[in-house]
Design a protein around this ligand. Structure first.
Ligand code: PLP
Length: 362
């Protein structure tokens, strides 16, 4: 039986680039000959300041972030932002575009803080799941912001571009596709992303927030640490930030730049995902429930025609070195997550495994 390097198809925490792991390992107990580990640096010392500033500068370069946006490094995961967004931005009314489970979770939090108009934008097209065209959203103008989830990690549904309505007032949970395609930061008031997919280790959340949003007053009851202004004024060091995750994120940003930046990541994401979708579409043994117009390039759920083979598929995949292919518990089946760190060879391996599995079980 064939065995591959191992490849990790987890939806998050997800694989980090091999070169980043190796660099982190080589620096673990001795950062740049100092004889100390980044793990035990003071976050206010010059060493960590240098790490922190380089990480921010590299992210700014990668996403071409304009000067009037602040980059904040926060803790609490993306879920924490589900509450921070309305605490900081919801005055009268917000629009939330719901295309799946993460969007719904954001909506649940926002409703505690004010009026939320929900657009149920998951629709059906040709018997497959699709995103409802914007012309059918029926949005009433005059909202504070429009929140959406560019990539729904669980359902495998991705927007191919930012909505046109509300450009400049968009708030995006970019957790699972940040840095995988070019974006125009100026379309957004706030971008946030949990780090554990395309950026680094879990626990760190990256925020990109426009200055005027930081300057507007947060809800009176908002705790200090949940105000964008507190994070901005303290350089994300109001309290002790997740320093080691920040350092690792910096290594990933550096790696991304050396790989050729977001353009190259976008090409690779297209290549990886197209290969797998084209393969699945050709087979009746495998199926993906999403319309091509809304298919995620990052998370590809798929099912077996005979679901009684699921456990065997996963077991044999594990044995072959293809890990964490189990679908989310709410969806079932399989899910292959193909983030920036996944080499195209990982998809080739998966396809080869799937061919063989079908041959022996079909
Ligand atoms: N939003 C999206 C799109 C996600 O995929 C996830 C997954 O982890 C979350 C939010 C939640 O992030 P966290 O676990 O960091 O709170």
């Amino acid at each position: 039986k064939k065995h591959w390097p191992p490849y990790n198809f987890s939806a998050g925490p997800a694989m980090l680039p091999k070169q980043v792991m190796e660099q982190a390992q080589s620096e673990f107990t001795d950062w740049r000959g100092k004889g100390l580990s980044v793990l035990d640096f003071s976050h206010r010392g010059t060493d960590f300041t240098e790490i922190a500033e380089k990480a921010e500068a590299d992210l700014r370069q990668l996403l071409n972030i304009p000067k009037n946006y602040r980059v904040l490094f926060a803790a609490g995961g993306a879920s924490f932002q589900f509450a921070m967004v309305p605490m900081n931005c919801l005055r009268n009314r917000a629009v939330y575009v719901d295309t799946g489970i993460w969007g719904s979770k954001a909506i649940k939090e926002a409703k505690q803080f004010g009026q939320v108009d929900v657009v149920n934008a998951l629709s059906e097209r040709d018997g497959l799941q699709a995103i409802l065209p914007e012309s059918e959203w029926g949005i009433e103008q005059g909202f504070d912001y429009l929140h959406f989830t560019p990539n729904e990690t669980i359902g495998g549904v991705e927007f191919s571009d930012a909505p046109v309505v509300g450009r400049g007032q968009l708030i995006a949970d970019m957790s699972s596709n940040i840095l995988s395609r070019k974006i125009n930061v100026e379309d957004y008031a706030v971008i946030y992303a949990g780090a554990q997919k395309n950026i680094g280790p879990a626990g760190l959340t990256i925020l990109i927030v426009r200055d005027d949003i930081i300057q507007q007053p947060a809800a009176q009851s908002a705790p200090s640490l949940m105000r964008y202004s507190t994070l901005a004024e303290s350089g994300s060091m109001y309290n002790t930030p997740p320093t080691y995750s920040w350092y690792l994120a910096g290594l990933v940003f550096d790696w991304l730049i050396k790989q050729g930046g977001v353009d190259v990541m976008e090409q690779r994401a297209n290549e990886r995902s197209q290969k797998l979708y084209q393969f699945i579409d050709k087979r009746s043994f495998y199926a993906n429930p999403i319309h091509p117009s809304a298919r995620s390039r990052m998370n590809i759920p798929f099912t077996l025609a005979d679901e009684s083979l699921n456990a065997r598929f996963l077991e044999q995949a594990e044995m072959a070195g293809l890990h964490y292919l189990k679908g989310h518990r709410s969806v079932g089946g399989m899910r292959a997550s193909l983030y920036n760190a996944m080499p195209v060879a990982g998809v080739d391996a998966l396809i080869e495994f799937m061919v063989e599995f079908e041959r022996t079980h079909g």
